[in-house]
Design a protein around this ligand. Structure first.
Ligand SMILES: Nc1ncnc2c1ncn2[C@@H]1O[C@H](COP(=O)(O)OP(=O)(O)O)[C@@H](O)[C@H]1O
Ligand SMILES: [Mg+2]
Length: 140
């Protein structure tokens, strides 16, 4: 059964992310899919702050830097964006396996670009535009 949430503002998406973070126990992968502007980074702000790893303002899009790392206790939080990753080779240089070798939370934007083989528990979240400031978040 798919869980669906509709939010009507960035603040509401962040709030849901803070609550969703309570379900996460490292090691875990959070795979985010959805078009540009659907709120993947906004949701990540909520998740990272819900984990106590950084404030919402400290979490910014890793579009150019590819991976950001937050916190450390009890687990590091990695936030990566695969949007600009061109090849599977480049994807491998991100070191996803190393990230998850220690208990960590890894949040991936544009996760659908590269299928990830990992024994790690995973949550798949799909974000969609519903017009205006409305977004649907589906926990798949
Ligand atoms: N309900 C909502 N949820 C998330 N973001 C929203 C919402 N309504 C408006 N926005 C705005 O949409 C944009 C989402 O951007 P961002 O989180 O960077 O998306 P993505 O990472 O998916 O490209 C932000 O400017 C945010 O303020
Ligand atoms: Mg983003």
């Amino acid at each position: 059964m798919t869980e669906e949430i509709i939010t009507h503002s960035a603040e509401e998406t962040m709030r849901w992310g803070r609550e969703f973070a309570q379900r996460l126990k490292a090691p875990v992968l959070v795979l985010l899919s959805g078009d540009l502007g659907t709120g993947k980074t906004t949701l990540t702000k909520g998740i990272v702050s819900g984990l106590g790893a950084a404030t919402e303002d400290e979490v910014t899009s890793p579009t150019f830097t590819l991976v950001h790392v937050y916190g450390g206790k009890p687990a590091k939080v990695y936030h990566a964006d695969l949007y600009r990753i061109e090849s599977f080779h480049d994807f491998e240089t991100l070191g996803m396996e190393d990230m998850l070798a220690m208990p960590a939370v890894a949040i991936l934007e544009w996760s659908e670009r590269f299928p990830l083989e990992s024994p790690c528990p995973q949550f798949r979240l799909r974000l969609e535009h519903l017009g205006g400031d409305s977004r649907r978040i589906s926990v798949l």
